[in-house]
Design a protein around this ligand. Structure first.
Ligand code: IVH
Length: 685
């Protein structure tokens, strides 16, 4: 792998992981399984290990979780709330123990005791007690700053307002807020009956219930709490994890019934196996077992790496599997025309959930598995999202008698040719907006929560309205007020729901430009890219004109490619989108209905914008951190080492090898005073 491939992949991973963090922590709406998420994080770590100098400022290994949601007050944690390193195989556990031993220089015969307890699938929360009284509760947020959920946590029966006995003056108990499986099922039933939000899993239900602005809603939700550690403490009245957890239990907080100490690897792993075998019967969801070095003095010496302690490890459970029969393969057409095969299965229970569908991803996957309708298949469900088929278990003769699956060469929705583009595995419908499936998917995307977020216009409603000709394109949504009579005659639509729907639509006549761009559903333009485009172009007509021009004018294309965060592939996708006459029509029509307020366009222009800088030697008037912040504010990137990609080196006294390398490479070198001038020049503009 070349360095530039690695850098590109790291950039992709940083964005993608940040997006999934946001979905998981900020919106309680994960799109991928925990296992897939873990795979992204692992891939990122692998690349960073192979190319340490490419580690990004925004590397996922430096940040935990997602930034706190805006509506609840913020709390800065007195001590960061960390995350855990994951292990999947037993060898990862052995390696962890060896690493700890090495770090502590423990002689081979010396005992290294570890505690083990279930890893609860909830959301972590820090409860601050002062003089024994609960004074504050906060979610983890990004690890440094969380949300203030004090009043909500006060409604949780497991959490005492006052600690028993003589607890330290200040003590933060940390643990997991969760919902039991039974309570989750009952809540969802109630929610469904009352037309409220139905949650995907207990974890999301717990998160959604805890992060309410109105504590009386939280009070009505059956939340629970289990302590697993602590944060700031004026005193730590114990020498081991085990003893301190027992103190916490004595003070009145619940701790796991399966929390114990183990002196060697064998008993530790036996405990893991024992917990795993009871997993389905436990009243709450767990996704692994957490090991912690028992001695607290050793925990202190071990300290932490980027975001996780060196003294703890989460040993995850493998995904749950089951066998069933494949009844049919259906093809779904996505908003960009991508055909996705979906397996229709004989219903089967996997890890307590009845599964009837699984994704088959793409044609390659079907070919790789050689899966045929009628086959017995192994199904895997990891975390809470779409299950996957991992293999065929039909006896060979029976399998051979089945018809191999033939991937359609035509779009099942519109009959247009379905083809794979050069170098792509995905097969796409070429029908563009002639294809009703793509059109309806685009409309759904347009109104979806991440895009324009029009309340009351759910996926099903969009589909029905489209099928009955009420809306064909995004602009039609804004004209629904003229069709109120046609809505009124539909089943389930009363005056109030119509009024609410029309009000929700009116409320989105001035959508933020980045959301509008995202809502258009251009290929490769996700939320972050949409923001980059919005802040660079400032208006939709400006972007449209540049993109249209770029089809024939390399200079205009260059203008697109030089947008921070946008590479040739994205630029081409934007150009392609506007090269489609129908899309231009849709956009221009839409612009007669909506008018996004001007988007705050990046204004700092400086001679270092977009450049890569390296600071070396000592700086005299400002700290290195401040210099770096200044550079970033001017739109420059700061790198740790000099390479052919370096544009400018700022060298202070004592600069050594980096300066030499810059000289060898002929990179421009300036001093601290010159740097101060660049900063001053930019800020007076
Ligand atoms: S210890 C310093 N113990 O898992 C280590 N965490 O993936 C902090 N979790 O943020 C966590 N059960 O929300 C610990 N028994 C347990 C846990 C546990 C669940 C959560 C916790 C943490 C996340 C890390």
């Amino acid at each position: 792998m070349t360095e530039s491939d690695a850098a590109a992949e790291l950039e992709y991973l940083a964005r993608e992981i940040a997006r999934h963090n946001r979905l998981y922590h900020g919106e309680d709406a994960p799109e991928i399984s925990d296992a897939d998420y873990d795979a992204l994080v692992r891939r990122n770590a692998e690349l960073e290990a192979a190319f340490p100098h490419l580690m990004r400022e925004d590397s996922p290994s430096r940040v935990v979780g997602a930034a706190p949601a805006a509506h609840l007050g913020k709390v800065r944690h007195a001590q960061a709330m960390l995350s855990l390193e994951n292990a999947f195989a037993e060898s990862d556990v052995t390696e962890f123990i060896a690493r700890v031993r090495r770090f502590l220089s423990l002689p081979p015969g010396d005992e290294l005791a570890l505690t083990a307890e279930p890893k609860i699938d909830g959301l972590s929360c820090s409860l601050r007690y002062e003089r024994g009284w609960l004074v504050q509760a906060a979610t983890r947020g990004d690890g440094t700053t969380g949300e203030n959920v004090t009043e909500n946590v006060r409604t949780i029966a497991d959490v005492p307002q006052q600690l028993r006995g003589d607890a330290p003056t200040v003590f933060e108990v940390r643990g997991e807020v969760y919902m039991s499986k039974a309570d989750f099922a009952a809540l969802n039933e109630r929610q469904a009956a009352s037309g409220g939000k139905v949650f995907a899993n207990p974890r999301n239900a717990a998160a959604g219930s805890l992060r309410q602005l109105d504590p009386s809603i939280t009070a009505a939700r059956p939340l629970r709490f289990l302590a697993h550690g602590w944060g700031e403490a004026s005193e730590v009245p114990a020498e081991t994890q085990l003893e301190l957890m027992h103190c916490i239990s004595d003070w009145g907080l619940p701790i796991s019934a399966d929390f114990n100490r183990f002196a060697d690897l064998e008993t530790l792993l036996a405990h893991y196996q024992a917990i795993e075998s009871r997993r389905a019967d436990l009243p709450f969801d767990i996704d692994g077992v957490v090991y912690k070095v028992d001695r607290l003095d050793w925990q202190r010496r071990l300290g932490q790496v980027a975001k996780a302690p060196r003294w703890a490890l989460a040993h995850k459970f493998p995904a749950q599997r089951a066998e069933t029969t494949l009844n049919a393969i259906d093809i779904q057409v996505g908003r960009t025309g991508k055909l996705t095969p979906v397996a229709r299965l004989e219903p089967v229970t996997v890890g307590g959930v009845v599964v009837t569908n699984a994704t088959l991803h793409n044609a390659d996957e079907i070919a790789r598995l050689d899966v045929r309708v009628g086959d017995r298949v192994t199904l895997q469900r990891a975390g809470d999202v779409i299950p996957q088929i991992v293999g065929v278990v039909t006896p060979p003769e029976a399998h051979a008698a089945l018809q191999p699956y033939v991937y359609p060469a035509e779009c099942p929705a519109c009959g247009s040719a379905a083809v794979a583009e050069d170098g792509e595995v995905d097969i796409r419908c070429t029908g563009g907006l002639v294809c009703p499936a793509q059109r309806v998917e685009r409309l759904r995307h347009f109104v979806s929560r991440a895009a324009l977020d029009i309340e009351g216009l759910g996926a099903k409603t969009v589909e029905d309205f489209f099928a009955d000709g009420l809306v064909h394109s995004p602009a039609d949504i804004y004209r629904l007020h003229a069709k109120a009579d046609l809505i009124r005659v539909r089943e389930g639509w009363g005056e109030t729901s119509i009024r609410n729907l029309l009000a929700a639509i009116e409320a989105k006549r001035r959508p933020p430009l980045d959301r509008l761009l995202f809502a258009l559903g251009m290929r490769h333009v996700g939320g972050v890219t949409a923001r980059d485009l919005a802040s660079r172009f400032g208006s939709l007509p400006k972007l449209r004109d540049t993109a249209v021009q770029a089809a024939s004018d390399p200079e205009a294309l260059a203008e697109l490619v030089t947008v921070e965060g946008i590479g040739p592939k994205v630029a081409q996708a934007v150009v392609d989108f506007f090269a489609e006459p129908h899309n231009l029509e849709v956009v221009d029509d839409l612009l007669t209905e909506v008018s996004p307020p001007p988007f705050a366009v990046e204004t700092v222009q400086s001679r270092v914008s977009g450049k890569t800088l390296v600071f070396t030697g000592s700086l005299e008037t400002i700290s290195r951190d401040e210099a770096k912040a200044q550079a970033e504010a001017l739109g420059a990137k700061v790198a740790g080492s000099v390479s052919a990609k370096t544009d400018l080196v700022i060298a202070g006294p004592g600069a050594g090898s980096k300066l030499k390398k810059a000289q060898d490479l002929g990179v421009e070198i300036i001093g601290e005073a010159d740097w101060a001038e660049i900063v001053a020049a930019a800020s007076t503009r």
